[in-house]
Design a protein around this ligand. Sequence first.
Ligand code: C5P
Length: 311
Amino acid sequence: MTTTAGTQVVHARAPGKINVFLKVGAVMEDGYHDLATAFQAVSLSEEVRAYPATDFSVEFTGSIDTSGLATGGSNLAIKAARALARQAGYRGGVHLEIEKNVPIAGGMGGGSADAAATLLACDALWGTNATKEELLAIGAQLGADVPFAFTGGTAIGTGRGDQLSPALAKGKFQWVLALAEFGMSTPAVYQELDRHRDRHAQDIFPAEVQPTVDAKVLLALRAGDPHMLADVLHNDLQAPALHLAPGLGSVIQLGEENGALAGIISGSGPTVAFLVADADSALELQVALSASRLRVVRATGPVHGARLIND
Ligand code: C5P
């Protein structure tokens, strides 16, 4: 905890993610889909600062346009803070200041990172001393991707995507991200996948088949080899996302024509993540995509999960 001119503040950081592999199985009883995914945390982070307050509030800072974001009770960070207070029997509140760097509604888990960093920051600010397991359990109730924003690194997610097991990974992978001017709703993309599977009986994922992560993905991550990983990048949500936003197809094509090893829709989209061989190729691709008036940022992965920062 830092004390600046008499003001207590706790700073926590949590990363965005790319699903380098995502297989969607059958719909489960709770309405969620059974998943098998490989997550990689990347170097675009949400910075959450928590200040003591009697009520719960949030404000956003940073260069990203946050005007469309909810700041009331439906905001995931506020939900996270309230959930921890409830569980710990804490009677006060918190004022949250969130600097957003992960694209909003972009399929990179920015809202989930806000929630993970908020849980960590409030726990430290309030001295509630929750265990990591308790924070992970609260996180899993807030959203399927929140536990991964906590643990970070490289991990396999099953169930809703919240049952995590760490995966071995070597080195750093270089990503170039093409950001869209619009956001996409995750439920809408899953619904589009369901509609497609209903329409094309041959594509229906048999309920008894458990989705699994291709062993070649684990090998590529363990080898730290971008060429190997590029060959096995896969996302079952890509087809429905492209159906809802067909223009993203030409973005993927443009990147692959300009040096990307492969391009993939990140999570439920619309961010397109390009895997490149090295930092030089990343720069060249960034220049080429920017010349086509796309908003582009670079990131590397894997990076740490949520943690407290001493300013
Ligand atoms: O848990 P989260 O709020 O991130 O999920 C958003 C939506 O995405 C869910 O309400 C559900 O429609 C869909 N989803 C799903 N199966 C998953 C994860 C998400 O159907 N495993």
